[in-house]
Design a protein around this ligand. Structure first.
Ligand code: IPM
Ligand code: MN
Length: 361
């Protein structure tokens, strides 16, 4: 197949990890006979520095004309002055909103060989296979904001339509998995939390009666994620809770550098990005973990291009590369055995090239 993929490296380690992700997609194209055209554009701090908006019109237009978008990360100390009125993160949020990407899928599947990289006991990590569905275009991220020298406010609001559509995405995923849905809210304190809970109950009762549904308050969910992670199947939650819980959940896998994500709307291109940030402390050193970006390409192949075999090929190549010790410093107990971003990318690419030879044989 032919596909146009917009590549937005962004800031910090974004460029390093997306470079490896693109190499992996090129290897997939060669192995399976596809033609992927990559078109690069600016977002975040890089776009601000180029004299534009954090989401330039040309970037948005490119995304709209593409089949999928691969994104690195945005932000960094250079642009994080709280007095500044334009910030890199605004570019990412505007893109999510403009492209209507209301459902953010964040799978958490610890690799058995990396249990030692997680601070959680290995016995608790056995059989952990979670997918968090984070609402991405509503809630406190997008509500009206006010700020003076002495007072500030952020409005959190949700409509039933916004809740229903993301809950349906989560329910359909749960149907194809183990049939368990956990909805996370703060219904004991927040009005949005009560509307969330009532709406989830109704959607599940009327449209997905076969699912088993559990409600958790977000504070309890944060604890249960660590005390009984293997019990969870699909977790659905609002924007900010999903942001926080997935950083926490990344520690089940062992590193922020391992978790990919897919942001999907009703139609149009999906955006695929690691859940980690721009990691300015290690940017430019060639040691950032590229697995989250590479695994995001598997989600891109699966969800935007409908290429499931190719997605599995990427996931298998990553698992094998990890098995054979292809690890960046964040995954190594002793830094002497650590590999660079590029070498880890090469480990994945060479496994995919093996598949190519096997396919041709
Ligand atoms: C994420 C990030 C973003 C978010 C930031 C960079 C705005 O933390 O994708 O999880 O808060 O959504
Ligand atoms: Mn986050």
């Amino acid at each position: 197949m032919r596909a146009v993929i917009a590549v937005l490296p962004g800031d910090g380690v974004g460029a390093e990890v997306t470079t490896e992700a693109v190499r992996v997609l090129e290897a997939i194209a060669a192995a399976y006979g596809h033609e992927f055209e990559f078109r690069e554009a600016l977002i975040g701090g890089a776009a601000i520095d180029a004299g534009a908006d954090p989401l330039p019109e040309a970037t948005l237009e490119l995304c709209r004309q593409s089949d999928a978008v691969l994104l690195g990360a945005v932000g960094g100390p250079k642009w994080s002055d709280p007095e500044a009125d334009v910030r890199p993160e605004q570019g990412l949020l505007a893109m999510r909103k403009e492209l209507g990407l209301f459902a953010n899928l964040r799978p958490v599947v610890p690799h058995p060989e990396l249990c030692t990289a997680s601070p959680i006991k290995a016995e608790l990590l056995r059989n952990v296979d979670i997918i968090v569905v984070r609402e991405l275009t509503g809630g406190i991220y997008f509500g009206d904001k006010t700020q003076t020298n002495t007072t500030a406010s952020d409005l959190c609001s949700y409509t039933t339509d916004e809740i229903e559509r993301v809950v349906r995405v989560a329910c359909r995923l749960a149907q194809k998995r183990r049939g368990r849905l956990t909805s996370v809210d703060k219904a004991n304190v927040l009005a949005t939390g009560r509307l969330w809970r009532i709406t989830v109950d109704r959607v599940v009762r009327e449209e997905f009666p076969d699912l088993s549904l559990e409600h958790l308050l977000v504070d309890a969910a944060a604890m249960h994620l660590l005390s009984r992670p293997a019990d969870f199947d699909v977790i659905v939650t609002e924007n900010m809770f999903g942001d926080i819980l997935t950083d926490e959940a990344s520690m089940l896998a062992g590193s922020m550098g391992l978790l990919p994500s897919a942001s999907l709307g009703a139609d149009g291109p999906g955006v695929y990005e690691p859940i980690h940030g721009s990691a300015p402390d290690i940017a430019g050193k060639g040691i950032a973990n590229p697995y989250a970006a590479i695994l995001s390409t598997a989600m891109l192949l699966r969800h935007s291009l409908n290429l499931n075999d190719e997605a599995v090929a990427v996931e298998t190549a990553v698992a094998e590369a990890i098995d054979t010790g292809a690890r960046t410093p964040d995954l190594c107990a002793d830094s002497a055995s650590a590999m660079s971003t590029r070498d880890v990318g090469t480990a994945v690419v060479s496994r995919i090239e093996h598949t190519r030879h096997a396919l041709r044989a």
